[in-house]
Design a protein. Sequence first.
Length: 71
Amino acid sequence: MDYNTENLYEVFFKDGSSFKSKGDVSSIRKSTVKKEFDWVSFHIEKEVKSQGKELADIEKIQYILTYNDKK
């Protein structure tokens, strides 16, 4: 059965800056929710470092995972 996921998140820093990202995947093999969380956490850490910031600089993260079978 086909499935799709959509990861939508925004990271807010203590200095008032932020960034957001949206990613989606469609496939015939279903990924685990853990793999989705692992991918998102890797991507957030990479982006934070590329902006010259540290994880301690994050004030909050808003995250939405849409994870469902295609119909």
